[in-house]
Design a protein around this ligand. Structure first.
Ligand code: HEM
Length: 125
């Protein structure tokens, strides 16, 4: 690798640009939960920020009605991501969302959101 390229990668070493692995959670909300959902993310716990290998996250609101929100998380490696899934930080970062799901279930209501995640390897940048 030439010196210029090494420099570019170094400068972005702790940013999403350097990610080798990406996990995307696709979340569909009921229409009346959207405002609450966005509020939860605006005031998120930031527990994940303490995890080794975590490089950043983008939360994307769909422009088209009915499509899922994307929570795009960037990692140095899959092992770093898997460690977060098993960590207390994962639960800390999801306390309020999981509590909303629990309460809806207790009231016998449909869940206010559905989530489905997929994982990706970065093959070009
Ligand atoms: C049942 C599954 C899941 C649901 C319903 C869900 C929903 C949510 C909600 C509502 C929040 C806002 C924070 C809060 O609750 O206070 C949140 C945080 C977050 N979610 Fe999820 N999520 C799930 C699983 C996942 C998975 C598998 C990923 C990654 C692929 C992910 C990535 C994130 C990230 C990065 C945050 C921010 C955490 C922090 O600030 O520490 N979530 N999620």
């Amino acid at each position: 690798m030439d010196q210029e390229m090494t420099q570019v990668l170094d400068e972005h070493a702790d940013t999403p640009q350097a990610a080798g692995f990406v996990a995307i959670n696709y979340i569909t909300c009921t229409p009346d939960y959207r405002q609450r959902f966005e509020e939860l993310f605006r005031t998120r716990a930031h527990a994940i920020d303490r995890m080794p290998g975590f490089l950043g996250v983008h939360v994307l609101r769909p422009q088209r009605e009915g499509e899922p929100y994307l929570v795009v998380s960037y990692w140095q490696s899959e092992a770093h991501f898997r460690a977060w899934l098993r960590s207390p930080e994962f639960l800390e970062g999801h306390r309020r969302g999981f509590e909303d799901l629990r309460q809806a279930k207790e009231r016998g209501e449909e869940p206010p959101m559905h989530s489905d995640f997929r994982t990706y390897e970065v093959i070009a940048r």
